[in-house]
Every structure is written in structure tokens, then in C-alpha cells.
Design a protein around this ligand. Sequence first.
Ligand code: URA
Length: 343
Amino acid sequence: MVDALREELADLTASVRAFLEWHAMTGADGLPGDPSALHEALGASPSAGGPPAARRAERGFAGLDAPAAPRGGGGAAFAPPAQRGAAGASPAHPEQGASAPHPEPRAAEARAPAQPPRAPEPSPRPAVSAAAAPRAEPAARAIAAAQPDTPEERAARLSLIAEEVRTCQKCPLHEGRTHTVFSRGDPLSEIVFVGEGPGAEEDQQGEPFVGAAGQLLDKMIAAMGYHRDGVYICNIVKCRPPKNRKPEPAEMAACSPYLASQLALIKPKVIVALGATAVQGLIGTTEGITKLRGTWKLYKGSIPIMPTFHPAYLLRQPSAKREVWSDLKEVMRHLGKSAPDRG
Ligand code: URA
């Protein structure tokens, strides 16, 4: 009798812990409005530090020698998820879709110096199992609700979520898909690239970024000193929107628990958001990518996001590679990596 009570109490405690942890991890209610969280995640106090020492201009993925300066040092650039969806869905607009852009003219803004960032402190591991997560939540979230103990466990949980995605019918995008497109790359990666959604080739192959934009992305990744399979790549939505249109806000919202779970399990040091839709799906802002790129943002109050142009845009507007390379070098600085000499 006493044993049974004890067991019940232990279960209850585990459930409460899992619930609290799930909230802490998913930031279910959005982002903190406190810009100091961003500074903390980047390892710099708002007042600390100055401009980084001038650096040798390295060659980027397109052999560009004079990359654009990074945009202002990231402070209070938060927007609540409630703003989601106000951006419209015209795929022909540069700020909206992977299949869009010619960017609006850059506003002549003062650029604050970039802070030398450090990786955020890892949060303490919860002492609960996935099984103890609240039952009412979507399965993907429950699967991600406690940190995996081993790489194998992480991979296994991601596979479970991918399996759930394979049969997902939460939004109308499932009707037109050939394959769901969950991810590719290394779930142990310190860096995650997030795109908008699968295109035709991705839909055919069931892998993200395998078309022309993907090949350019691979070059960008190689220029950073990574192998394409050494980073983790995924999208805001896991099914192809018809005619490659931008995903609707409701579609993004339906798919967002999957991405949240992926990121909760991987806990990357940095997310690179490719294009406006990726930033919108991650933090809800509807600001244009021309304004957003190069400025650090925060995902769920803890993971630094670097927004940059989508590679599909670069295919149309190769001169924008300069800015992208600048953004990627900022990411490398954050990760303590120097740009490889590509000369
Ligand atoms: N564009 C994206 O945003 N994602 C892909 O997977 C492919 C192209």
C-alpha cells in the first residue's frame, strides 16, 4: 500500500517536472521581451565590449573579398508570435518566399558593433523521462520533452518525430505531397539551418535542399568549413506548398511543433534562418529579411538566430552573396571558428 502510494507520488512528481520542463524548453508563450536575454545568449552584456578587431577579409562561398559589414549588434529585436501572418503570401515578393526576391533598398541605418558572442550556457538536464511528459500534448512535443541522454537516443527520438510527420494530416499541405521532408544532416550539429519548405525536388526525394538552392546552400556550408552532412538542415513546413508558394500562417502554425521538437532535441548553438519565412516561422516577426539579416535574434529566449537571405534568392541576385557571407562569418565568430582560407 505504502509502496503503491510512493510510486504514484513519484509518477506525479515526474509528470509535473516534465510539464514545467516542456514549458521552459518550448517557450510555449513566446519570447522574452527582455533584450538582455539575447546579450546573455550571445555571451555579452549590453554595455560590454566594442567592435571586434578588424579582420582579414576572407573569401566566401563565391570568392567575395569584401563582404558587407554585419548589421547592428542585435539588441531588442523581438516580435511576439501574435504578429504572425500579417505578411501576405505573395511568392513573388523578395521578403516572402524562397522563390522570391529582389530586396528592397537597404535603409541607411547606423550599425551597432557586433558583440563577440559566446555559446549560451547549457540548461540543466531534466531528471525526467519522455514517458512522463504530459499526455495531452502532441506526440512530437512529448518525445522531445526531456533531453536525451545519448546521441543514439536523440537520433531515435528524432526518428519517432519524423515518423509522426510522415503520416501528418494537420494541414491541407499533406494532400499534395509526394514525401514529407523532415531533415538531413547531423542531429549532433552545433548549427541548424532552417529553410521555408520543400520544393519540387525535395518533395520527390524526401530531403530538404536537394535542388538548385540546396546546391548553393551546400557551397555556403562548405565555405564555413562544414560538410553538408555535418550540419542539420530542416524547414518551417515539412510538406511542399503548391506551386512553391509561401506557406500560409495556419500551415506554419500546424507544423511548428515538429520544428520546435527538432530544435529542443538538437539544442544547437546557432540557428541560421534562411529567408523571411524561416525567421517568421521561428520567432513570429513579419519584418522583411532585408532589415532582419545580419542581426542576431533569439529563439525561445535562448538559441541565437542569424537571419540571412535564402539561397534561392541568391540564385536570382548573386550580388547578395556578399551580405550572406558576412552573416555566415558572424555565425562562425560566434562558434569560435575562423573562416577557412579559400584562396
Ligand atoms: N527551399 C527551402 O526553403 N527548403 C528546401 O528544402 C528547399 C528549398
